[in-house]
Design a protein around this ligand. Structure first.
Ligand code: MRU
Length: 348
């Protein structure tokens, strides 16, 4: 991986601007928490783990840049920034997990000096970043043997280094298998409307020199029928207690196709993506984005004026369609309700 998705620079957060990839590789320097929040909302940075890391850096940045010497004002402002981060995107639980972790630190350090709190915040955000990198490496190791020589592996959206602090989850498994000497072919769903597959996953795979083919979102069934795809691995934005999994819109359809054709369907995600507070996927909030993302492509209208467009950013795949969930602590199998709880509470 020869790019950095997110970088802490002490007085700013540097983000690889994913809206402009692959045409341009350019960076966005966020010098305050509002600019980080805007970057998350506008998807300059995206992907469940990556937005969690970015939000924690945004909170650390707020601590660094606040000018007040009054402890009460300082604490109140940081709490406000935590709330601002929570309002950026609703589905990926990693965002809330990271913000809650920073807020808990604030509660533990509320009687420290402001300078001490600033240092603690910087360390905690860096820890979240480094942990994500390690976690993804472990997910890759735990999942790599699922891929066999000659396989056709389908992935949807982008669950690579760009969606995380680095290495990726679903793409991390693919990379780990490739580095382990397995030889196979990757199929990449383009992932309308924002083309995370065609633009981002394809960009990462080309750099890693892993053979891959981009598909439009309506091709997977036909390729499964013709035995070109025999494994599906996707990422996740939130996994409910029973294993129901929210991921990029289109994932649910793929899981149904996979079931019909007898193709194993795996989810790769850190245990921070598991939300034990939600009994099932029906309670996962699904982000609705602007219709313009559907009616326009690269700023140009592709539909007639006057037509309506629907744009849910995620869907929920029922646990019955999922073979296993690859985490940093091992592969979780059915019954998910029992095993996810055990895995979440287990030390890695
Ligand atoms: O809307 P996005 O691009 O943030 O959606 C990203 C996905 O759905 C990913 O598959 C998911 O976050 C897993 S990333 C490791």
């Amino acid at each position: 991986m020869n790019f950095k998705t997110i970088e802490w620079k002490g007085d700013r957060v540097r983000l690889l601007d994913q809206r402009r990839l692959p045409a341009e590789v350019c960076y966005l320097d966020c010098r305050g928490p509002s600019s980080v929040a805007r970057a998350i909302q506008s998807m300059a940075v995206r992907g469940a783990p990556a937005i969690g890391v970015a939000a924690s850096f945004g909170i650390a940045l707020a601590a660094q840049t606040l000018k007040t010497h009054k402890r009460e004002v300082f604490l109140r402002k940081i709490k406000e920034v935590c709330q601002q981060m929570r309002q950026t995107r609703p589905t990926a639980v990693n965002l809330f997990w990271a913000v809650n972790r920073m807020e808990r630190l604030l509660d533990r350090t509320r009687f420290f000096s402001i300078e001490e709190i600033k240092a603690k915040f910087e360390n905690e955000a860096l820890r979240i970043y480094k942990e994500d990198l390690q976690t993804n490496r472990k997910i890759g190791e735990n999942g790599k043997n699922l891929i066999k020589d000659g396989d056709g592996v389908l992935t949807h959206c982008n669950a690579g280094g760009l969606a995380t602090a680095g290495f990726g989850t679903a793409l991390g498994v693919i990379q780990a298998a490739w580095k382990n000497g397995r030889r196979f072919h990757v199929f990449v769903d383009e992932t309308r409307p924002l083309l995370q597959g065609a633009r981002l996953t394809a960009w990462e795979l080309v750099q890693e020199k892993i053979p891959a083919t981009v598909l439009t979102d309506n091709m997977a069934g036909w390729l499964m029928k013709n035995r070109k795809i025999n494994l599906v691995i996707v990422g996740a934005d939130r996994i409910a207690r029973n294993g129901d999994t929210a991921n990029k819109i289109g994932t649910y359809g793929l899981a149904i196709l996979a079931k019909y054709h007898g193709v194993p369907f795996y989810v790769a995600a850190p245990t921070s993506t598991v939300d034990l507070s939600l009994p099932s996927g029906g309670e996962i909030p699904i982000e609705e984005r602007s219709a313009e993302e559907v009616t326009h492509l690269r700023g140009k209208r592709i539909t007639p004026k006057g037509i309506e467009a629907y744009n849910p950013a995620f869907d929920v795949t029922p646990h019955s369609l999922i073979h296993g969930i690859i985490t940093e602590k091992g592969i979780v199998r059915k019954p998910f309700k029992k095993h996810l709880k055990k895995m979440k509470n287990k030390d890695s």
